[in-house]
Design a protein. Structure first.
Length: 203
């Protein structure tokens, strides 16, 4: 009998996706022997309600561009096509239905691991997926209740964030050092992240 397929689940707003996201996916794939990493684009993240996000379809398009030459990685619109908030527990249930014979591995940062007991249905999350955790600078105090339920990935300290990238894009910096070339080109083609500051002044 063959081993079950090992699928990494990497969720986020990806607003926009950048090189560190890809580096995390590579680290998870290589260190956990994953067959596939799914980039799940969040449509309505419950922790970012009211945030000025680019549209889900635009963010998905950027992820698709970033993964064009990544054969072991794929975009997922499973949360975009589902009504309501993008709860991780519901997404893992849906992915379990989609890949019933696969072993799921949820890729999250240490900050999210620390906060996980406060998420919706954390016990359901842990029953559906094993956790692969990316270390964060200055954060290493995981809840005792989660001991043995995750693996800490080896990953170099990195503080690049989508917030930083958006700020630079707003100022006219093309961020070619932080973005895959295809993503940078698509942002320019679609005129994305030019009105972020304008949107924030309207609220």
């Amino acid at each position: 009998m063959s081993e079950p397929r090992r699928i990494g689940v990497f969720g986020g707003t990806f607003d926009p996706i950048h090189n560190t996201h890809l580096a995390i996916a590579h680290a998870a794939r290589d260190q956990a022997n994953l067959d596939l990493v799914l980039f799940v684009v969040s449509a309505n993240p419950p922790h970012k309600r009211g945030a000025n996000l680019e549209s889900a379809e635009d963010r998905l398009a950027l992820v698709e561009a970033a993964l064009m030459n990544e054969p072991d990685m794929a975009p997922s619109r499973i949360e975009i096509d589902r009504d309501g908030p993008s709860y991780t527990a519901d997404t893992l249930d849906a992915l379990h239905d989609q890949f019933p014979d696969a072993a799921l591995f949820l890729i999250i940062g240490m900050d999210s691991l620390i906060d996980l007991p406060k998420w919706r249905a954390p016990e359901r999350i842990l029953s559906r997926a094993y956790l692969l955790v990316v270390p964060r600078p200055g954060e290493d105090a995981a809840p005792e209740s989660l001991r043995g339920k995750y693996t800490l990935l080896t990953f170099p300290e990195n503080d690049l964030s989508s917030t930083d990238v958006r700020s630079r894009l707003e100022s006219g910096d093309p961020c070619t050092d932080a973005l895959p070339h295809a993503v940078s080109d698509l942002i320019k083609l679609r005129g994305l992240y030019r009105e972020c500051a304008e949107h924030s002044t309207r609220r």
